[in-house]
Design a protein around this ligand. Structure first.
Ligand SMILES: [Zn+2]
Length: 302
């Protein structure tokens, strides 16, 4: 079934939509528990979710979207005070409006610096900008022939660092695996874990190996999930960066077990596998292992 046929996804009806009087109707905004707004882009195949986390002193925008429309306009309508931004990682679909900020908080990693210096050039988008990747046509102002993400400035953060929003602290947790610069934010007072692309309920990508995306690493991915799992007492909900907005915290343990079974040669033989006709530049095949409500995509040679 194509992405277009799945629109609108039924899970959106669970959430309270906020009607926005904004120039662009590209984004859909939902009010979530814990004084957080989800700013979603359901009309592009990536189905990216960015989050506006409101504090008493300032608000933090967790990722700046695809950049097809100006997310800062909508964020400033939702919160008129000081607005800072942070990236879950530097893949092109989460950094689109980074250049609109003086700086964006990013994990201290070469991958984050590489992308900040270059942005995301037009060529990187390839078929992501073709008409069938959009529902209802292109958003106003988007030129699919010329679109690119400009370079931007970052301020690096480190594991264990706390981002202070006033009445809430967000702890940085480095979670490499999907990409080397992936991080999560843990809002301890509300028990919300912002997972970025490291966990959501769709295909989890652990197959990348190129300068623009960095190298995914399944062993690192497992260690990251286990580190999060060891703190499960502190986590009530996962707020995810693609597709369904909220997932149950138990999913972290499921994902860790799934990765463990892929890494174990013995267990891997019993897993269902879909060998896609997709190959990396070096000829490595990519395989997809389906699990309950998510799958893991990785290189065929582990
Ligand atoms: Zn990503």
């Amino acid at each position: 079934m194509s992405f277009q046929e799945k629109y609108p996804r039924p899970y959106y009806s669970k959430y309270q939509q906020v009607e926005m009087d904004c120039g662009s109707d590209w984004f859909r905004v939902y009010r979530l528990p814990g004084n957080v707004f989800a700013i979603t882009e359901p009309k592009h195949c990536q189905e990216v979710n960015s989050y506006l986390i409101i504090g008493s002193q300032r608000a933090l925008l967790w990722d700046t979207g695809e950049g097809f429309s100006d997310i800062t306009e909508i964020a400033q309508k939702l919160y008129s005070g000081e607005l800072i931004a942070a990236n879950s990682h530097s893949h092109f679909d989460h950094i689109g409006c980074n250049y609109r900020f003086d700086y964006v908080l990013a994990y201290d990693d070469l991958q984050a610096r590489y992308t900040a210096e270059r942005g995301a050039p037009h060529g990187l988008f390839a078929d992501q900008l073709s008409p069938e990747m959009f529902i209802g046509g292109y958003p106003e102002g988007l030129d699919p022939e010329a679109f690119f993400v400009p370079p931007y400035r970052i301020r690096t953060v480190h594991n264990g660092e706390q981002i202070d929003l006033g009445d809430r602290l967000l702890e940085v947790i480095h979670t490499p695996g999907h990409s080397p610069d992936s991080m999560m934010l843990l809002d301890q007072s509300n028990g919300i874990l912002f997972t970025g692309d490291t966990f959501y309920q769709a295909a989890l990508y652990a197959h990348f190996d190129c300068p623009e995306f960095g190298r995914s690493d399944l062993n690192d991915y497992l260690k990251s999930m286990e580190r999060i799992q060891s703190r499960s007492q502190e986590i009530k909900a996962l707020y995810c960066s693609h597709n369904e907005l909220i997932a149950a915290p138990g999913k972290i343990g499921e994902a860790a077990a799934a990765i463990r079974s892929i890494l174990s040669e013995k267990a891997r033989d019993g897993l269902a596998v879909d060998i896609q006709h997709v190959y990396l530049e070096d000829g490595t095949a990519i395989v997809e292992y389906p699990f309950h409500e998510f799958s893991i995509v990785c290189r065929d040679t582990l």
